[in-house]
Design a binder for this molecule. Structure first.
Ligand code: MG
Ligand code: MG
Ligand code: MG
Length: 307
């Protein structure tokens, strides 16, 4: 059976892309962890069931969405058979067999799924050119809004905006901005979450030149919502750092200020050199930095490669 699955610590893009693609590919939508409050809000809003939780790849055919790095996938991913990847991150895998690989530098995987649909290309990736109904269009729209932080993230492209508008029409959403603010508010229920939950909400692991790096992120409308929890978040990360990490970063991204407060643990020099800053404290505010994928991962990986 074919499963379509997003990354660990699933976000809205992983969840919604897996659900919508499954509709076209007769596959089972799957997830690798609990839904975050934002995704919960969105699935409820459109009355769609959550994907199935899976814990092993054994005996499964898989299409990965919204990631390609093994460190972000099932622990035993090698026991399954990856037949495809649809993603908007850097290429993070080599495979022993030929696979379907569709990746574009767009704001979300959902944008690619939307584009495949509007271009009538579902058959091209082994699916059927079925209709996209309002509820599923709403999921894709929500994922685009979430990943691009309502089109504010520097990862946003004109294609994201264009596909979002077309999806909004199908979903019957007249005011994308007003709906986007609803989503961002659902995101910012973090104020009432435990620090461990906040850390794991959107935490990703990377391997840069043999070194294990962890980068977490939380997006808030106002940093003050979370300011009082900064110390506790730092303590949670301190427990993690000894588990083989060279560096852990945690980005508290302020959507309105358009920048991120970055907590830094471990190899502080790597961080300082990469971002050309001097760390005087446990954290530093980086103006304009909103995207892990585009503004944090590439320079950091370059640093580790050239060291
Ligand atoms: Mg994602
Ligand atoms: Mg994504
Ligand atoms: Mg994100």
């Amino acid at each position: 059976m074919l499963y379509i699955v997003g990354h660990k610590n699933p976000d809205t893009d992983s969840i919604c892309s897996s659900i919508v693609l499954s509709h076209f590919l007769d596959a089972i939508p799957a997830r690798l962890g609990d839904l975050n409050p934002e995704s919960e809000f969105i699935l409820k809003r459109f009355g769609v069931m959550e994907p199935e939780l899976i814990t092993s790849a054994e005996g499964k055919e898989l299409i990965l969405v919204d990631h390609s790095e093994k460190s972000q996938s099932l622990e035993d991913i090698d026991k399954g058979r990856i037949i495809g990847i649809i993603d908007h991150h850097k290429v993070g895998i080599t495979t022993s067999e030929p696979i379907i690989y569709i990746a574009k530098p767009l704001g979300s995987t959902a944008t690619i799924v939307g584009e495949l649909y509007f271009k009538g290309m579902m058959e091209f990736i082994g699916g059927k050119n079925r209709e996209l109904k309002g509820d599923l269009a709403g999921l894709l729209l929500s994922a685009i809004i979430s990943d691009t932080v309502l089109f504010k993230s520097p990862t946003t492209t004109n294609t994201d905006k264009d596909i979002a508008e077309r999806l909004a029409k199908i979903a019957g959403i007249e005011d994308i901005n007003a709906y986007g603010m609803e989503i961002l508010k659902a995101k910012s229920t973090v104020g009432s979450m435990k620090p461990e939950e906040i850390v794991n909400l959107d935490y990703k692991e990377f391997n840069f030149n043999g070194k294990k790096i962890g980068i977490g992120q939380v997006e808030v409308i106002d940093i003050n919502e979370i300011e009082s929890k900064k110390e506790e978040i730092y303590s949670v990360l301190e427990e993690k750092i000894n588990k083989g990490y060279d560096l852990i970063l945690f980005l508290i991204t302020d959507i309105m200020k358009e920048g991120s407060e970055v907590l830094v643990l471990g190899n502080r020099e790597a961080f300082e050199r990469t971002f050309n800053v001097e760390l005087k404290d446990k954290s530093i505010f980086l103006e304009g930095v909103m995207s892990r994928k585009k503004q944090v991962v590439p320079p950091l990986e370059r640093y580790y490669k050239n060291k």
